[in-house]
Design a protein around this ligand. Sequence first.
Ligand SMILES: C[S@@+](CC[C@H](N)C(=O)[O-])C[C@H]1O[C@@H](n2cnc3c(N)ncnc32)[C@H](O)[C@@H]1O
Length: 269
Amino acid sequence: MAKLSSILLNSKIITKKESQLVPNSFDVVGDIAIFNDFPKELVKKEKKIAGKIIETHNNIYVVAKKSKKYSGRLRTPKITILAGDKRKETMHIESGCRLNLNIETCYFSSRSGSERLRIAKKVKKNESVLVLFSGVAPFPCVIAKRSKPKEIYAIELSKTAHKYAEENIQLNKLDNVVLFQGDVKKVLPTIKKKFDRVVMPLPKNAEEFLELAKKKLKPKGTIHLYSFANEDDFKDIKKEYKKQFKHVKITKAGHYSPGVFRICLDLKN
Ligand SMILES: C[S@@+](CC[C@H](N)C(=O)[O-])C[C@H]1O[C@@H](n2cnc3c(N)ncnc32)[C@H](O)[C@@H]1O
């Protein structure tokens, strides 16, 4: 497939100068193409640009842009549809799992798919896994499908995301996933169990919940805690966590902004 800027230039939708502004890529969630940072200078042409994407991409039925980035406790974006069907709901396929979701009322990032699979591959047979901040349940679904855990418990605050999560567990015919809707701080203390692995995908402030998560970890268990960090700070971050855990490993799990990465901290004693 030719570059989007070339397609638009050849169709005379944009000028050569404007072609420099066209984003190199867009996210694809199910059959929806989403621009994260649509350039202000091209707003007048956005509908034509979006229409051309639908015309040239067989798998895309909706083109949208994020008009506000992820925000608030539920980490939801504001989405504007530019072309195609007037819907924000779609079915995304990831690592063989079907995930139904609404791109505006739920948090979901297709870019984190490879990271979810990386974690799923670490899960050993018969492990008990706890996923905090589980959203529409991509981690539980991918872990349950790709590994052989005994059980997966998951907690999500958003009622809407929880509803989709319930649907997704059914869609993927999973019988070892237990979902809870509510605040981790309130729900987790009521779960009288210890886990081999705890996944904490809330990079903005997962650390606030670490003490609580530690209480639910088996002595040889692992925590995967997500955060945002500048590469220059990795050494200091590792040193800080070494005060609490014997083994600390940092893995880059995506770009956040120039120089800043989404990181996964593997914490283990
Ligand atoms: C960054 S998203 C990750 C969602 C999902 N794990 C994924 O990978 O797509 C964080 C999720 O945590 C939820 N959340 C935020 N604070 C929470 C809390 N105190 N208790 C439970 N869930 C929370 C948000 O609603 C959001 O769905």
